[in-house]
Design a protein around this ligand. Sequence first.
Ligand code: GAR
Length: 196
Amino acid sequence: MSAHQLNIAIFASGNGTNAENIIRYFNTGDSHPSGMTVSLVVASRPDAYVIERARRLGVPVRVIDRATLNDPDLILPLLRQYGVDVIILAGFLMMIPQFLIRRYPEKIINIHPSLLPRHGGKGMYGRNVHEAVLRSGDTRTGITIHFVSEEYDRGRIIFQTSVDVEPGDTVDDIGSKVQLLEQQHFPRVIHETFAS
Ligand code: GAR
């Protein structure tokens, strides 16, 4: 391990397709000598499938509840224990507390499955976002990768890319297109953002 090794914690609540993709990119094989590694997955629900994915890939997992996330005396020592430098929110449902954002300035990144500022904010998660896109008649959607700030879904945008919403597309069609963009871009954008 080099002196500049950066440790990533992935925070996730659900299926974990992004978490798995990020872990594969940074932790497996030697094709990405990025100087970064995923050292911890934090799950907000004991039944989240991301837990299974992380275990299979040999990454430690901790399940935390809201009280733990919101208590500096509990969450900060956990992150210290795994040497966490960078936090990636990959489908994480709980709101990140202010003290954590201040402790990790421009070191917490979120992915949102639409072109922010469209369809962001509280309750806008996964499928709800794709439903809102369809309802509003948008002809394009996409992904937004951004720093997490104290204003929900409003932090500085690092990367966006878009795809057509075609006539006849269902919510599932939109979800598949967006997931493809996430798989194609998220690990690379994390890598480029923190590469020294
Ligand atoms: C992803 O589409 C991510 O963009 C979205 O949740 C999904 C998680 O999927 N995040 C948000 O909606 C944040 N507001 P995954 O668990 O399979 O990675």
